[in-house]
Design a binder for this molecule. Structure first.
Ligand SMILES: Nc1ncnc2c1ncn2[C@@H]1O[C@H](COP(=O)(O)OP(=O)(O)OP(=O)(O)O)[C@@H](O)[C@H]1O
Ligand SMILES: [Mg+2]
Length: 218
């Protein structure tokens, strides 16, 4: 999926959070978004998902203005933080995935994605018994079930141990190689083995956008 953000300015009430932000990525690119707490990273993502309403001519997805964009099913989104996530009633991983199956993928394809993300053995587990990192992966599986063209991950590895962080980014790198555009928000860009192609650094609401040479992701 192509993303074109042009002079995006956005704020909440009277306060401006993003000032004149511009960047452009192509299908198959991997964008890392970095910046301090409160710099506006999640705000930017919410603008790109239509959650925060922005005016015309500022954000284009596959050349369509976000103001008229309808195909949000093409975007897999894993929001920030599930710490306070709790279900009132017992529901298993498999059940929550079945309930979220908008595009009606087959049972086999679902199991394949669970396996790819490394949580196949958790499919019958009650989701309230999962660790934060495991739950995060359930949501990643869910976001992949609609066969997205772009995957947006907002700090997906907070609280995940080092070994699993590495495994996680290996999977993300593979998804990117399969052609899925990735937008990753992270604080630890240099510590991760994420094989990103571009970096957007947000500071005081202003963005610095750079292309980087891709490393070896092994
Ligand atoms: N719904 C909202 N209403 C009003 N202000 C908000 C809202 N969401 C975020 N903000 C403010 O906008 C600024 C940017 O917040 P945002 O969540 O985008 O930062 P962030 O870069 O994602 O930070 P973090 O690294 O902590 O996740 C902050 O000052 C925050 O208080
Ligand atoms: Mg955030």
């Amino acid at each position: 999926m192509r993303v074109n953000v042009t002079n995006l300015t956005f704020g909440y009430d009277y306060r401006t959070v993003l000032k004149d932000l511009s960047f452009k990525i192509n299908s198959g690119d991997f964008l890392a978004v970095i910046g301090n707490n409160g710099s506006g990273k999640s705000t930017l993502i919410k603008c790109m998902l239509g959650i925060n309403k922005v005016g015309p001519n500022q954000i284009f997805l596959d050349d369509v203005d976000i103001a008229t964009y309808k195909s949000f099913i093409n975007i897999g989104y894993v929001p920030q933080k599930f710490d306070d996530f709790n279900y009132e009633f017992p529901i298993t991983v498999n059940e929550i995935l079945t309930a979220s199956n908008i595009s009606n993928i087959t049972e086999d394809s679902k199991l394949e994605i669970l396996d790819k993300i490394g949580i196949l053995e958790l499919q019958h587990e009650n989701i309230n018994n999962l660790s934060g990192g495991q739950l995060q992966r359930v949501f990643i599986v869910r976001s992949l079930m609609n066969n997205p063209k772009m995957l947006i991950l907002d700090e997906p590895t907070v609280g995940v141990d080092r070994k699993n962080v590495e495994a996680f980014y290996k999977t993300v790198n593979e998804l990117n190689k399969d052609g899925i555009t990735i937008i990753l928000i992270t604080h630890n860009i240099h510590e991760s083995n994420a094989n990103y192609s571009h970096v957007l650094s947000i500071h005081n609401g202003e963005g610095v956008f750079q292309e980087v040479e891709r490393g070896d992701d092994e």
